[in-house]
Write a protein that binds this ligand. Structure first.
Ligand code: ADP
Ligand code: MG
Length: 701
């Protein structure tokens, strides 16, 4: 069940433990903010040395208050934290925000302090935000709580914002009005010893005051849990996160291709993508998009109409719209005719519509209305360059009213007139999102359209595959303790047990055996060095392909041995692997790696010996459902080749998908597999000629 944090966000009474009248103290700033923003509940400043703080009666301790208290915001010095918590427990206060810093973030001693603090909190059955945080905001009428100590007045709206960085939160709060960004609720989670981003996601999922969720994360509390929870939220309301998050210490040096191709960032990308969280690169982008979700509706389709009074910005907007997956279609004859009736003849009517600088507020408004009602248009971007002779605010009002009437997704751009944005926002309640930059507006609509598609997408299905578990179990039993590579012949059996099509492979310890095997499977064959330490075979000249006869076979073996001798590693040779030569097909890599925090991920992309150079590999967290497997395939360039290029017949994508799903099952059944590389996994248009040519498995018991 979702946690209910109503006590934090809708408190009827707040105790400010450490409130102060002294200039330039957090205790005074926070009190001031609560009072100035017009908090609707009762405020109880706690300070043993004062009778009144900013004209509010002060108390020596929470235990001295007669009424019940919903929330305590604590900012006393570190050494008094624990006794303050004891007091709160005595007073039966369940919701605690600890603003005080000097905990986990300062190292060793702080870590211990934080543990102690957290133990108190859980022993008392309390919930805590922080420590080391900046506070909380709820702009809802009837609450009006600004429980932060930073300057800048909260601007009401539908955005929920969780910030792991206090400084960033503070910076954002200062520019809200300027950028027309409206917060419903804000929480600075600080060290997130108790309440973290996942808890907030759950809470806001079911909170109707928050329409869109924004996150600034630097790390995940529990990456898996975050993903599972986010999945349940993003279909209901958009969640947007800035790119700072890393799975801290999640990565370690990997000897596998898959591991080498992953970075902390790819893992975070996978987490966000798979849970439907929209990841953005900058704070600007975060709030441009958030305010769009907040202030206008999702576009029904991807056709956008652009209206402007200047050519340049319109061209940039068209480019960005197309980059963002939108179309800019020609307007209907009827629409164009209507526009001609009201605009100067030199105006442009097709799309973008250019009403030219002489356009008055009335003409701007009317033209907007006409364009927005065109049935070829799903969304509108109305751009207003600084008008030479008219009043920007007046035109802005007409535009806002026209787009609001249209009932379609729309954005308004006031180019280089930042000072007008807050004025227009205030003048038009329920106004559409107002930007100062036309590309940002186009990008936001593109993202909203993608989100609409995501929201409508059917849920994927987890397909259960029954592998021969006993075979794998028996093999793994042979390996004891620690991290070990599985011998190649065992790898072959494991893959076979899950019907993963490993090429026929035989092991020979001498020339005669090689010859016999080659005769049996028939030429052409491939030989490869075999030896526990010879992990990357091509690197030591240890793979020779397309061997057509006995003579070539002997030559090849001699050549490999000579090469190893030259490198002084011939003592590592244990024998040769012999396989039929598989001609043609597309070499892919299908692999698995394990992130210390996020768990197993599957990777897919262009494979072969150049895999690290091509870097055409994408990741998903395991297990994957059928839809995720398909998305993974389609997200890499290899997909375009698999589909058939230059007259090559296409590979059956369902077959590729089937293999990913079987691999997913293998890992679910045997999570002790740490790393797995199937590289190359060659796909041909005939499924029975699609083979895994090389495989490696590392386990950790
Ligand atoms: P390693 O990755 O250790 O260098 P591989 O077994 O992956 O060795 O072989 C390297 C390359 O040789 C493969 O990417 C593939 O192009 C080719 N190759 C390997 N085995 C076969 C085979 N049975 N048939 C055709 N080509 C092969
Ligand atoms: Mg290989």
């Amino acid at each position: 069940m979702a946690h209910n944090f109503d006590g934090f966000f809708y408190p009827k009474s707040i105790a400010i433990v450490g409130a102060s009248s002294k200039e330039k103290t957090l205790g005074r700033e926070l009190m001031k903010n609560l009072l100035n923003f017009g908090y609707n509940g009762k405020i109880y400043p706690i300070n043993p040395k004062a009778d009144m703080i900013l004209d509010v009666k002060a108390y020596p301790a929470v235990t001295a208050i007669e009424d019940s208290i919903d929330l305590a915001i604590i900012m006393v010095s570190k050494q008094f934290i624990i006794s303050s918590i004891d007091d709160c427990a005595e007073k039966n206060i369940r919701n605690i925000i600890v603003i005080t810093a000097g905990f986990k973030e300062v190292g060793e001693e702080g870590i211990e302090m934080e543990k102690l603090l957290m133990k108190k909190i859980s022993d008392y059955g309390m919930r805590m935000v922080g420590p080391n945080c900046m506070g909380i905001i709820n702009t809802k009428e009837g609450v009006m709580m600004n429980g932060t100590f930073v300057q800048g007045e909260p601007n009401p709206g539908g955005i929920g914002f969780v910030s792991q960085s206090g400084a960033l939160g503070a910076a954002v709060l200062k520019i809200l009005k300027l950028k027309d960004v409206g917060f419903a609720q804000f929480l600075s989670i600080g060290n997130k010893a108790d309440i973290d981003e996942t808890g907030m996601l759950e809470y806001w999922r079911d909170n109707d005051d928050v329409k869109v969720i924004t996150l600034y994360l630097e790390s995940f509390g529990d990456a898996r849990k975050f993903m599972e929870t986010a999945k349940t939220v993003t279909k209901k309301k958009p969640v947007i996160s800035i790119k700072a998050a890393r799975t801290a210490a999640g990565m370690k040096a990997a000897s596998s291709h898959t591991g080498a191709l992953a970075s902390a960032d790819t893992v975070v990308d996978a987490i966000f993508e798979q849970s439907g969280v929209i990841r953005v690169a900058s704070v600007d982008e975060l709030f441009d998009l958030a305010k769009s979700f907040d202030r206008t509706i999702l576009p029904e389709g991807k056709r956008v109409g652009i209206l402007t009074n200047a050519g340049g910005p319109a061209i940039l907007t068209v480019d960005e719209a197309q980059n963002s997956g939108l179309n800019v279609p020609v307007l209907s004859e009827a629409t164009q005719n209507k526009l001609k009736e009201i605009c100067v003849p030199e105006a442009a009517f097709s799309n973008p519509v250019d009403v030219l600088p002489p356009a008055t507020a009335e003409i701007y408004g009317k033209a907007t209305e006409i364009m927005m009602s065109d049935e070829n248009i799903d969304a509108g971007i109305i751009i207003l360059g600084p008008p030479l002779m008219h009043d920007t605010l007046e035109i802005g009002k007409h535009i806002c009213e026209a787009v609001m009437k249209s009932g379609k997704c729309s954005t308004v751009v006031l180019m280089s007139q930042d000072d007008i944005i807050p004025k227009l926002a205030e003048a038009v309640p329920g106004h559409p999102p107002i930007f100062n930059n036309c590309e940002a507006a186009a990008k936001a609509i593109g993202q909203m359209y993608k989100y609409k598609l995501y929201k409508e997408k059917a849920e994927g299905k987890y397909i259960k595959y029954t592998g021969k578990k006993k075979i794998v179990n028996d093999i793994l039993k042979k390996y004891k303790g620690g991290e070990t590579y599985i011998a190649f012949d065992d790898v072959v059996e494991i893959l076979k047990a899950y019907e993963l099509p490993i090429v026929e492979s035989f092991f020979a310890v001498n020339v005669q055996q090689s010859v016999d095997i080659a005769d049996k499977i028939g030429y052409p064959v491939v030989i490869k060095v075999a030896g526990k330490k010879l992990v990357h075979k091509s690197d030591v000249g240890g793979v020779i392909v397309n061997i057509k006869n006995l003579e070539e076979l002997i030559q090849a073996e001699n050549k490999i041995i000579a090469g190893l001798k030259e490198k002084g590693i011939d003592n590592q040779l244990e024998g040769f692997t012999i396989q039929p030569f598989i001609k043609g097909g597309t070499e892919t890599i299908l692999g698995v790696m394990k992130d210390a925090k996020a768990g197993h991920l599957v990777a897919f992309g262009m494979g072969g010996v150049m895999v690290e150079v091509m870097k055409d590999v994408k990741f998903k967290l395991l297990p994957v459902n059928d839809m995720e497997a398909e998305e993974l395939i389609k997200s890499v360039n290899a997909y375009r080749i698999l589909k058939g290029v230059r007259g090559n017949p296409p590979v059956d994508i369902e077959f590729v998908k089937g293999n990913i799903l079987k691999l997913s099952q293998l890992i679910s059944d045997f999570p002790e597999i740490e790393e797995l590389d199937l590289n190359p996994f060659v796909f041909s248009h005939q499924a029975d000629r699609s083979k895994i040519l090389d495989a490696r498995i590392k386990i950790k018991l």
